[in-house]
Design a protein around this ligand. Structure first.
Ligand SMILES: [Zn+2]
Length: 405
């Protein structure tokens, strides 16, 4: 793989491998943390406006584009046949910089966004996650976005684009069966004349909520807990902590007889998930989630805390750690063969200094049960958790998501 910086400041990562198709990610380093005050949702609306307009053209190339908006950046990504690469990059470039959308298009996407937000508010697990994220990330929630996006004007869109959609604020990742020098020349031809701007430094994720514990009326359907860690991927504890989260996720809480009984008797409705996510180069977010009926919130909470305390005092057993390590290494092995996964590793490395697959595998091999125990003890137990339990009465159709189970 090779990292280039074009004369205008655009960062390009190119990697050649024996992939069947290519994968492209264009990242602009402006997410919802850059939304102007009272206009939360602007970046998200821009993501919507950027993608669908010429979708047909893109689909005729045999690919479809995915857009995502995060706190600090946006991505547009696509898996496509190698031969479509030049044409696709041209389309991508014109879409990302275009800002003269007709009013009807803006209205259409604004409505799509309102619908998306409304659905989120009505799903207890989404709503809990949303609440948690807005607390941990220090930005507004979906409700604020619903209000904010109504106020977004055409000028806001143009200002945002001219300020942030500039070469030195972009990262392009291309993974496929194409020589890196060919990719570099292509990027130079398509993106080389993109202008440069002065982009203010990105505000770091505030750690103000660290150490807080927030509880809502314990009568809801979903339970989400999470924490924010000022721990970067470069920190020696990061990989053991990630291993601890994976171990936690795989240990018997989720498969034990007690859990099955709880599920049968009291209707725990979701398979719990645990996630450690690198949020910026300086901090990470951790969350786990269980949906349950109101009367079980206390039991679920103590189940989770009990398991975490176990992990922190004893660490995983040799058999558990063997199983988790094997799974993690197999997953990495698989990721190396998939163009889209590989491209995302490269982007994560550029944005968050997350280790590249080979380095990451080496680090996982070095992790011991004791390191996992210590990382869990230091970060996963204690008084820093943020807990969200939604009050039941605030959900319009509290049981609608159970029906999907
Ligand atoms: Zn959306």
């Amino acid at each position: 793989m090779q990292r280039y910086v074009l004369d205008n400041g655009l960062v390009l990562w190119a990697h050649k491998g024996s992939f069947r198709r290519s994968h492209v990610i264009l990242c602009t380093k402006a997410g919802y943390a850059r939304d102007p005050p009272g206009k939360l949702g602007l970046a998200h609306l821009i993501e919507h406006l950027t993608i669908p307009e010429h979708l047909e053209t893109i689909e005729s190339l045999g690919c479809s584009v995915d857009g995502s908006t995060y706190r600090d950046y946006q991505t547009y990504e696509c898996t496509l046949p190698v031969r479509s690469l030049p044409r696709f990059l041209e389309i991508l470039r014109s879409h990302v910089t275009f800002s003269d959308h007709p009013d009807s298009h803006i209205e259409k996407e604004r409505n799509a966004l309102m619908l998306e937000g409304g659905k989120k508010l009505d799903c207890p697990s989404d709503r809990c996650e949303d609440l948690l994220n807005s607390m941990l990330e220090g930005v507004g929630s979906s409700q604020d976005e619903l209000r904010g996006v109504k106020r977004v004007t055409r000028t806001d869109i143009q200002d945002f684009k001219s300020r942030y959609c500039v070469a030195n604020n972009m990262v392009l990742v291309v993974v496929g069966k194409t020589d890196v020098t060919v990719v570099r020349d292509l990027a130079e031809r398509v993106f080389g004349d993109l202008c440069t701007g002065s982009v203010p430094a990105i505000s770091q994720l505030s750690m103000a909520g660290y150490g807080n514990k927030t509880e809502f009326v314990p009568s809801g359907l979903a339970y989400v807990a999470g924490g924010k860690y000022s721990i970067s991927p470069e920190h020696p504890e990061f990989v053991p902590l990630e291993c601890a989260v994976r171990t936690f996720h795989s240990i018997d809480l989720w498969t034990s007889r007690m859990f099955r009984e709880l599920r049968l008797a009291h209707g725990l409705v979701y398979t719990p998930t645990a996630n450690l996510e690198v949020q910026s180069a300086e901090s990470s977010l951790l969350s786990w989630q269980v949906s349950c009926f109101p009367q079980n919130v206390g039991r679920v909470q103590s189940l989770i805390h009990g398991q975490l305390e176990d992990l922190a005092s004893k660490g995983p057993s040799a058999a558990e750690w063997y199983r988790v390590r094997k799974a993690m290494l197999a997953e990495l092995q698989n990721d190396i063969c998939e163009a889209d996964e590989y491209a995302n590793y490269l982007l994560s490395h550029e944005l968050h200094r997350h280790p590249l697959p080979t380095e990451y595998a080496r680090l996982i091999r070095k992790v011991t049960q004791r390191k996992i125990r210590d990382a869990a003890g230091k970060h996963l137990v204690g008084g820093y958790h943020t807990v969200c339990v939604l009050p039941e009465q605030k959900i319009a159709r509290p049981f609608s998501h159970c029906a999907q189970e």
